[in-house]
Structures are given as C-alpha cells and as structure tokens.
Design a binder for this molecule. Structure first.
Ligand SMILES: NC(=O)c1ccc[n+]([C@@H]2O[C@H](COP(=O)([O-])OP(=O)(O)OC[C@H]3O[C@@H](n4cnc5c(N)ncnc54)[C@H](OP(=O)(O)O)[C@@H]3O)[C@@H](O)[C@H]2O)c1
Length: 308
C-alpha cells in the first residue's frame, strides 16, 4: 500500500513539530513546508527529509509546494504570523494570518488537495476585537466559500507555550496564572497534534467541512490546573497571578502605538470575559474519542517534561 503524504505548513513551529511526530507515528510520510529562513534542526532530527520551501505571503512558492510530486493527500495548516515564535523569526509576519492564509486556500484548491486541516482557535467567530483570532474564522469561511474540503480544529489555550515557562515555575511550586478565576478550555499541544494527524489520515470525508471545538472535558481555572499538578506530582503547586490587578487599567492607553502588545492585550481582555470554552464537546468525542480530564492532560505533560 502507498504511504500517505501529508504536508505540514508551519512544521518548524511548536505545534507543527508535534504534528510531524504524530503523523510519523501513524505511518504517514511528512512533507514539511518551511520558509527559507526556518530552523529545520528539530525536523531533521525527527527524520524528515521531504522539505518544500514556501512562504504564505508568496503565492507562487505556495503553488509549487502544493503541486510537489508525489502529491500530498492532505495539508495541515499550523502556521501563525502572530506568535512569540514568529515574532522572533525573520520575514514579514504581519500579513501571514490574513492574505497568507487566503493564498494557502487558493493554492490547495487549485492543486486539488483532498482536505485541509486548519488549526483554528476556539470561539474565533465571536472574537471580533482580537484580529488574529477572528482571522481564523475568516479562513474557515474562505475554505467553505472556495469549496475546499476542510476540518477546522478550534483549539483552546495550550498548556505548553511556544516559550514554555511552566516547567521551571512548577519545579518552584507555582503555576503561572494569567487570568485568575477565569475558566478556559485547556489543550496539551501533543493531544491537539494527535487529533490533527487523525483528521488528516482517518476522519471520514463525510465528517469534513465543519469546525470542532478542542479542549479537556471541563474548562479549567489556573487554580484547577495547579491542583492537578499538585495531585500528579504529590507536592504542593499553587496558582500565582502573572499580572498585577492594576495592569489591566494602566496598560490600554499605553499600547495604542504598539500593535503586537495591543493585540496581546486584546486577547487577555477577551479571555477575561470567560467565553474561551468549548460549546460543543460531542464533536470532539465522536471524532477523536473521550475528552481527556485536566489531570490526565497535566500528567502527560509532566511525564514529557521530565517533571515526574
Ligand atoms: N498558543 C495557543 O494557546 C493556541 C491556541 C489555539 C490555537 N493556536 C494555534 O496553533 C497554531 C500553532 O501555534 P504555535 O504556537 O505552535 O506556532 P509557532 O510555534 O509560533 O509556529 C509558527 C509557525 O508558522 C510559520 N510561519 C509563520 N509565518 C509564516 C509564513 N509567512 N509562511 C510560512 N510559514 C510561516 C513559522 O515558520 P518559521 O519557523 O519560519 O518562523 C512556524 O513554523 C497557530 O495557528 C495558533 O494560532 C494556538
């Protein structure tokens, strides 16, 4: 039987490299779409040899990547213009989430890609005031409008961040709590990567063309996550407020001329409203199995990070 080829866009990112691993574990062949400036070290260490160089802001390069032979069956789109990782890497990231994603949809459609798995964001359709959240919804709409078969995985907040500060803090007995008291859907990026690989390889075509909320079985506050760390590690871990209360009053006028910080603040303000939760957990259960508990999620994270 021929090995299925899956192209991963944003393969050099945090989630992207986990998606590559999950695909390889399921026996797929991975084609990593990277930029000329991307660091390929992690991917090469995983055994990836099939690279296509393209930039979401360069339609011609995308066309070449999507028509590379032998053709890929699916494309998983995990790239992000707005992220701590992308802020550190070279290139113009400002257009990536907007025109870049439209370019990608145009290229997959014209190449006849059988399915696109979009890594999206929970409740993105309601987050008008957060540009890079709402843009995910615009991409979902564009996929539908272009009749490009897709599955959108609308993920909650990653337990592990691009620059993951959690392990160091947990070793010192605290969990960084960005929004004390606000329950949010929580996802371990390796679980999301596994769902993305399943979506590319195993989900039936009849289940495509919809968005699926992705999270744990219940929304979690920072205190609940800290309690899960305490139980898993058998030593006290307490939630520790990251921003002083006054931060939300003094910052807004100061960030008017700082677009990145302004967007970050818009994210936090939006999250504080408490809407970053899965509305429909049934779809995730039907497609990917029982939802993990917060404790199971934290236990896997601790195992992978060498905390136990
Ligand atoms: N963090 C969260 O809590 C969260 C929650 C829900 C959903 N998500 C979504 O999860 C996805 C992955 O996030 P992440 O934190 O793992 O991402 P990340 O580490 O920031 O990686 C971003 C990736 O996008 C690539 N990229 C950026 N601009 C590009 C362009 N113009 N052309 C081609 N590639 C480009 C980067 O390539 P280089 O290496 O060349 O820079 C990198 O591989 C994102 O779509 C994000 O919106 C995140």
């Amino acid at each position: 039987m021929e090995t299925t080829i899956v192209t991963v866009v944003g393969a050099s990112g945090t989630l992207g490299s986990h998606i590559v691993e999950a695909l390889l574990e399921r026996g797929a062949r991975v084609r990593a779409m990277v930029r000329a400036t991307s660091d390929r070290t992690k991917l090469e260490a995983l055994g990836v040899t099939d690279f296509v160089v393209a930039d979401l802001n360069d339609p011609a390069s995308l066309q070449r990547a999507m028509t590379a032979e032998p053709r890929a069956r699916a494309v998983i789109a995990s790239a992000a213009g707005f992220s701590a990782h992308s802020a550190r890497t070279k290139g113009d990231n400002s257009r990536t989430d907007t025109e870049g994603y439209r370019n990608l949809v145009d290229a997959t459609k014209s190449a006849g890609v059988a399915r696109v798995v979009l890594i999206s964001i929970l409740e993105c359709d309601k987050a008008i005031e957060v540009p890079h959240f709402y843009q995910k919804f615009q991409t979902e709409k564009y996929l539908a409008e272009k009749r490009q078969p897709y599955l959108s995985l609308r993920a909650g907040a990653f337990l592990d961040r691009a620059k993951d500060i959690v392990p160091d803090r947990v070793r010192k007995g605290c969990f960084p709590d960005i929004l004390p008291g606000v329950p949010m859907a929580l996802v371990y990026s390796r679980d999301l990567a596994r769902y993305a690989a399943q979506a590319a390889l195993d989900v039936p075509a009849s289940a495509l063309n919809q968005s699926v909320d992705i999270g744990c079985d219940t929304p979690a506050t920072g205190a609940m996550v800290a309690a899960a760390f305490t139980r898993v590690l058998g030593r006290p871990v307490v939630a520790k407020r990251v921003f002083p209360r006054i931060f939300f009053t003094v910052m807004p006028p100061l960030v008017r001329f700082m677009p990145r910080l302004r967007d970050s603040l818009a994210v936090v303000a939006w999250l504080r409203k408490g809407g970053y939760v899965s509305r429909d957990t049934q779809k995730q259960k039907t497609l990917f199995g029982e939802l993990p508990t917060i404790e199971e999620t934290v236990a896997r994270y601790c195992q992978d990070k060498g905390l136990v």
